[in-house]
Structures are given as C-alpha cells and as structure tokens.
Design a binder for this molecule. Structure first.
Ligand SMILES: [Zn+2]
Length: 65
C-alpha cells in the first residue's frame, strides 16, 4: 500500500502541489511558479537598498560646508 501523496499549497498560486521527489519544483506546482517567486524575491532584495538611498539627507545642505 503506497502512502498518500502529500500536497502542499504552492506559494505562488496557492494550488496544491505534490511534495514528492518527482516534483523538482516543490514546494511550487510548476517551474513557472518557482521562477515567479524567485523573481519577486530578487526584486524585493533590490528594492530595499534602492528605497533607502532615495531620500536625500535634508540636513546636509545647510550644514555641509
Ligand atoms: Zn503554482
């Protein structure tokens, strides 16, 4: 008797994905969802330092001589 296939919700699309050695994209349901999630993660990483550099220090102009 084979154990039942374990399903996990895909982090990208929330559809059940097989947690199984056959599913090399686990915990994602497909390669597409895996790439989407990795892309969002990479964008978040780049967005954090950019957002912190954007506002210029306002006190620099009057005191900067
Ligand atoms: Zn998915």
């Amino acid at each position: 008797m084979k154990p039942p296939r374990r399903l996990v919700p895909c982090p990208t699309c929330n559809r059940p994905a097989a947690w199984d050695p056959d599913n090399r994209f686990r915990p994602f349901c497909s390669e597409r969802c895996k790439l989407i999630d990795l892309g969002q993660w990479a964008q978040d990483r780049y967005a954090i330092p950019l957002a912190q550099e954007l506002p210029p220090p306002p006190e620099d102009a009057p005191w900067g001589n």
